[in-house]
Design a protein around this ligand. Structure first.
Ligand code: ZN
Length: 221
């Protein structure tokens, strides 16, 4: 493995690695490549899930085969909310959307950790203007991993899906994600994406590392 990719992978904690494996599995199975893991205050695993929009089956209690089947929803689906204080950590490979931000707000989540940014959802975790009941607590903090190759990879996983929508891609280009989407286009047209889909996530990360560096530098603000 190239040293940059190997070092970055080794620097991740268990929840981050597990979320990336789940996100990659989602991509490999024709879903949108997003994975999420819920851990306890000591880092112990509580629950996990991945995107299952295209799936025809899922573990009991998880959502599949519907536009609602996002990774964070599935990670939260088997968490008994009343069994916990607001003390859990949700680690996700992609910045949560509006639906998932609301589910996170309903759940006993104290912190959201994001590996890959999704600028379309910037600020949507702040739901406090909605009602006084929601406003009784501050928004759940969202912690972003440093921008760079690994964060770019986490976002790229979600952009490789055949379920991508042109209007969303256009909006993402308008907010600066063009270099990453161009990389996805090149992987698609060269058929390299098919080759990568047959490899484990660490191998894909290694093979893409140099190009991720280029894309992330081009997107640095
Ligand atoms: Zn979502």
């Amino acid at each position: 493995m190239a040293s940059g990719a190997a070092a970055a992978w080794a620097a991740l904690d268990d929840a981050q690695q597990a979320a990336l494996r789940l996100g990659w599995e989602a991509f490999q199975t024709g879903n949108i490549g997003v994975g999420a893991v819920v851990t306890g205050p000591e880092g112990q695993p509580v629950s996990s899930g991945r995107n299952r929009l295209a799936d025809s089956d899922a573990p009991r209690g998880q959502v599949f085969g519907t536009s609602l089947a996002h990774a964070e929803i599935n990670a939260l689906a088997n968490v008994p909310f009343r069994a916990y204080e607001r003390e859990l950590v949700l680690t996700t490979t992609l910045q949560p959307c509006l639906q998932c931000s609301a589910a996170i707000r309903m759940a006993p989540i104290a912190l959201v950790r994001v590996l890959g940014p999704d600028p379309l959802w910037d600020g949507c975790e702040n739901l406090t203007s909605l009602t006084p009941w929601v406003a009784r607590r501050p928004p759940t903090p969202v912690e972003h991993a440093p921008w760079g190759e690994l964060a770019a990879f986490a976002t790229l996983m979600a952009r490789c899906s055949p379920l991508s929508v042109p209007a969303v891609e256009e909006a993402l280009r308008a907010v600066g994600e063009g270099p990453l989407l161009d990389l996805v286009d090149r992987l698609r047209t060269s058929d390299e994406l098919t080759v990568l889909a047959a490899t484990p996530v660490e191998v894909a990360l290694e093979r893409l590392w140099t190009r991720l560096a280029g894309a992330s530098e081009a997107m640095a603000r």
